[in-house]
Design a protein around this ligand. Sequence first.
Ligand code: CP3
Length: 367
Amino acid sequence: MFSVSVWLHDSAEADFGRARTLVAVTARPDSNFLAACRSQPHEVTPVWFMRQAGRSLPEYREIRGPGSIIDAIANPDLSTEITLQPVRRYGVDAAILFSDIVTPAHAIGFGLDVVPGVGPVVEKPFASRDDLQRFRPLDAEADTPYVLETIDNLVAELDIPLIGFAGAPFTVASYLVEGRPSRTYTKTKSMMKGDPELWFALADRLADLAIESLLSQIAHGAEAVQLFDSWAGALSAADYEKYAMPHSARVLEAVKATGVPRIHFGVGTGEFLHLIAAAGADVVGVDWRIPLNVARSRVPEGLALQGNLDSSILAAPWGVVADEVDAVLAANGGHPGHIFNLGHGVQPETDPTVLERVVERVHAYRG
Ligand code: CP3
């Protein structure tokens, strides 16, 4: 199905004080998704959806069962099936691993759960220097064997690339510090500015977790990775640059040598898209707030864009949705570096048949 090559990874050595051998999967010549990630010519605009697995799918609700998503993630057969469900139904060009951005922090025993309808909730939020003791390096093979077994299953099964992912230090830190999803990020911002040394120590540990997790996912066959900094848009450009970007840049730099495309995404980051790009991305994720032609003017030549249909309009009549899909494609203007996606994740109430039609329409487009 694909060929493999072996790399010795220097930054991981620096990060963890030990050498790592990485298996990087070379590009499938037939993947429109990987070609678009590299801004190379290809036939059809590739499309996948953030949060394509999960609550909007009746088949997901049927097999998911009660209990925490953390338990579902720890079950490789279930996670494999949930990852495959949207691939079968939608005919998307990439699969995204069924896991969560808090999986590594949970795996090292930070004490958190993901509560249905709420999101990540931390038993004892991160508040002081003493809490740094609650971190230890992630050993992905030992701590998250279920994630890697899921990836092994998927790589054997899929004929499209699998996207691995991690949460960016800022976004994961926001959960650990606030203790639950927040609209204001008051505690996070207070720590950032009030005690930058503590903030940087926390963000550094979270960068380590993300690096180890991403390298292990790539070693097991993930052919692209996405760094989710979903809530980075809560920061000003200056604060992002100072307090968040250096840690995300370290994560993205650490996976660079594997050669897999790196997608870097955050909501509300249009004002500092140049920084999202400069952090070290091959593909910049764009939310629904700015058109792709404007986004293109804010990132260097040669970078690909991913996005950016507003997920909230998917409930409108089909004619409206179709026009919006066409507008996204038109704003891209036939550039080879475009992966069609939503501006953020699929919302739970989305009718899956609408997403099926979106995929058909994107694939039928010849720009
Ligand atoms: O299909 C996919 O995109 C793959 C799986 C995936 C999940 N979470 C599964 C999930 C991915 C990529 C994530 C990443 C994630 N998790 C992010 C970044 C992506 C984004 O949308 O910005 C964030 C911020 C989280 C944290 C998180 N996990 C939230 C805010 C929630 C929602 C809580 C809720 O129930 O409303 C979750 C839970 C979660 N993660 C679900 C799924 C399918 C739904 C809950 C469930 O089935 O129990």
